[in-house]
Design a protein around this ligand. Structure first.
Ligand code: MSP
Length: 593
């Protein structure tokens, strides 16, 4: 559609055509709505990952959650106006029965287990280039202050009362379950035991006097919030699921446990015999990070985007907004939900021995390679299956061959002996398609390429907004293929720099391909930061020319000067992404045996 409109614009003649280009052209090809002056981008945004349980070492599913948040945040920073407008937190969830039991099983004091595993998450995220601005641990003193304050607010608003809770509790999922969500599972010796229908984890019967939160009062307010904000939960099917849950009864929620049973947590203020429910404790981390209860938190709340896995949707889309409304605050602006990674068709679990270690993957496939794989293959709406052959195949075809090959073809010394960004010739490639003349060399497919790459930044931004990062990467990859087709079609290696007929067209072919590469490099920064840096540096693009606001694609085609023309290429001539060997695929096979 945009292609038609730009061609309509370009089809006009004379002065009016030029002024229209001045007025509209740059906006069209510079992804105007993505630039610094954009209202949406002037506002602050606070991105969060879930905080991770420290009962076991991180796996690729955890890294995936963090990578999605990282890519969203990096893309937002690329839109400007300044990185100060974003905040990005992650951390570890260290209290509760699950951790208390894991520490006891490991023969460790809970603090020892927490320190050890929290450190593993921090190291992993550092290695994986997770660009968080904050890392929170729920065992920190600042968090205890925030949680106890939040509790006090709920109490003072009459939303907590004492009552007896009797029912099923799942320590692995840290949640209460109604009878209908529990089933009997046969054990190894023929007897059966109760498990959660959703997660398959064991449950136990509890009967305790606890503090109870008046969750039932919030059914209607939550429905109003979701109906009034159709984008609150993305992708849409998850929004729909939550509305369906809210059609059912919403019982009050027990928000504390007896301290004699659960000692590893934050005590209820004024009642040491009770420990605050770990989910209430954990959810408040999002406020602790931004300075709650000090007023400074208000500059980041509710401009918040939570990134979460589908298994914790109920906690984030029902309990958390209800707690916030109860405390007189607004629910978060957006909740982005993703599905899970399975391994060779099975759920990842310690007992199945099929847990994929993300650090091994980062070493084996490189940081950028593995980031690209998870974000390119992970689809938020459905579970995705992991196996090593898939990683090697994808990275070889899209990063090594298609993108790396394209860069190499356009910058290799034998084809580009001056090692500069060549000039674009407007007579070889006039901005108006369909012109004929002795020097016109561009064909219909070439105009299609220019149009596809010109609209790519906007398309990519829309996919990010809809939390479909894999589609953004698919769109980039498709344009890379189209650009390779363009180079193949015009075979610059058959053209001669010495020939006055060939030379302007040879330069133009390389110029267009380098311009496409510049767009790809810019758009890949949120996903493959080092690879994108290498690519942009090779093209001679400086640090201040890498934001979306600066992305004026192929300005010469639109009648504007191009700052890159004649510029020397960067000195780094190494491979952009080395091909991987299929024999590197033993990782998951080893787990299968
Ligand atoms: N501690 C809670 C979150 C509290 S947030 C206030 C928790 N922790 S978790 O460690 O179990 O999970 C953290 C994140 O990892 C969740 O978003 C979860 O969906 C995600 N994943 C866990 N296993 C996963 C896969 N197999 N695949 C993808 N993501 C997965 O829940």
């Amino acid at each position: 559609m945009l292609r038609t409109s730009v061609f309509r614009l370009l089809g006009r003649t004379g002065a009016s055509r030029l002024s229209l280009l001045e007025d509209f052209g740059p906006r069209y090809y510079s992804s105007g709505s993505l630039s610094a002056g954009d209202d949406a981008c002037d506002a602050r945004t606070y991105f969060t990952t879930p905080i991770f349980y420290v009962n076991a070492a991180p796996h690729i599913g955890h890294l995936y959650s963090a990578l999605l948040a990282d890519a969203l945040c990096r893309h937002r920073r690329l839109r400007g106006p300044s990185t100060a407008a974003t905040r990005f937190s992650t951390g570890t969830d260290e209290h509760g029965l699950k951790i208390q039991q894991a520490a006891a099983t490991a023969g460790l004091a809970p603090t020892e287990l927490c320190d050890r595993v929290s450190e593993q998450f921090q190291q992993l995220f550092q290695e994986a280039g997770i660009s968080c601005t904050d890392f929170i641990r729920t065992t920190e003193a600042r968090h205890r202050v925030a949680v106890q304050h939040f509790w006090g607010v709920l109490k003072s608003r009459g939303l907590l009362y004492k009552g007896v809770y009797e029912g099923w509790y799942c320590a692995s999922d840290e949640c209460f379950l109604p009878e209908a969500k529990v089933t009997q599972q046969p054990g190894p010796s023929g007897d059966s035991f109760p498990v959660s229908l959703e997660s398959g984890h064991p449950v136990s019967w509890t009967k305790e006097e606890n503090y109870i939160f008046r969750l039932s009062q919030f059914r209607k307010p939550l429905q109003r919030w979701l109906r009034g904000n159709p984008q609150a939960i993305t992708p849409e099917p998850f929004h729909h699921v939550v509305l369906q849950w809210l059609d059912e009864e919403l019982p009050d929620l027990s928000v504390s446990r007896r301290s004699s049973h659960l000692h590893w947590g934050i005590p209820v203020p004024g009642d040491d015999s009770q420990t605050i429910y770990v989910w209430l404790d954990a959810l408040v981390n999002y406020l602790t990070v931004i300075g709650y209860p000090n007023a400074e938190f208000k500059s980041w709340w509710p401009a918040t985007s939570h990134i979460i896995g589908k298994d914790i949707l109920k906690f984030h889309a029902i309990y958390w907004p209800a707690f916030l409304l109860g405390a007189g605050m607004s629910p978060p602006q957006r909740i982005y939900v993703h599905s899970h990674w399975t391994v060779c068709g099975q759920k990842m679990s310690k007992s199945l021995g099929n847990v994929v270690d993300p650090r091994t993957c980062l070493n084996r496939y490189t940081v950028d390679g593995f980031r690209y794989f998870l974000l390119r293959q992970g689809v938020p709406n459905w579970d995705c299956d992991y196996y090593d052959e898939k990683v090697v195949k994808l990275l070889n075809s899209e990063l090594a061959d298609a993108l790396g090959g394209l860069l190499n073809r356009c910058t290799a010394k034998r084809i580009n002996p001056s090692e500069t960004y060549p000039a674009f010739c407007t007579t070889c490639f006039p901005s108006e398609p369909g012109l004929v003349g002795p020097s016109v060399r561009a064909q219909a497919e070439d105009y299609a390429l220019v149009s596809a790459v010109a609209t790519l930044p906007k398309q990519v931004a829309d996919h990010y907004d809809n939390f479909q990062i894999y589609k953004a990467l698919e769109a980039v990859s498709s344009c890379v293929r189209q650009t390779n087709g363009f180079v193949q079609r015009h075979a610059p290696w058959k053209l001669n720099w010495e020939s006055p007929v060939d030379a302007p067209w040879l330069g133009t072919v390389l110029h267009v391909a380098l311009e496409c590469l510049r767009v790809f490099g810019t758009l890949l920064q949120p996903v493959t930061p080092s690879l994108a840096d290498k690519l942009l540096s090779r093209l001679g693009v400086s640090a201040s020319e890498r934001s979306l606001g600066e992305l004026y694609f192929l300005p010469r085609f639109y009648g504007h000067p191009c700052p890159f023309e004649g510029r020397r290429l960067g000195p780094e001539t190494g491979l952009l992404f080395p091909r991987l060997d299929q024999s590197r695929t033993w990782l998951v096979k080893a787990h299968r045996t």
